[in-house]
Design a protein. Structure first.
Length: 99
């Protein structure tokens, strides 16, 4: 309860001091809004492209890991098929996953 009262008192002091502060100019400099809008537009493109690029590279890395894993698992069966030692007419599951 004490923290609530102290924060309420601090807020009241801050509000009183803000009321005493001189008022700033209402007018913006010429071209300020255009510069801000252009900067915001450029930053949003760059950040969205950076996120897309990061996700693309991450997806490529995961795909390569899966590809290498599949090649490692089925290398022996595929090598036997290429050499002609194993016929494709048998069970394809036995050829791909030798247990």
């Amino acid at each position: 309860m004490k923290t609530t009262k102290s924060s309420h008192q601090a807020w009241s002091k801050l509000a009183q001091l803000a009321a005493l502060a001189p008022q700033e100019l209402v007018e913006m400099p010429l071209g300020f809004a255009t510069r801000v809008a252009a900067a915001c537009r450029d930053q949003s493109r760059e950040s969205s492209l950076a996120v897309f690029e990061w996700l693309t590279l991450r997806g490529l890395a995961v795909t390569m890991i899966i590809l290498l894993g599949c090649m490692a698992i089925s290398y022996e069966s595929v090598a036997d098929i290429v050499d002609g030692e194993t016929a494709l007419a048998g069970s394809w599951l036995e050829n791909i996953l030798p247990l």
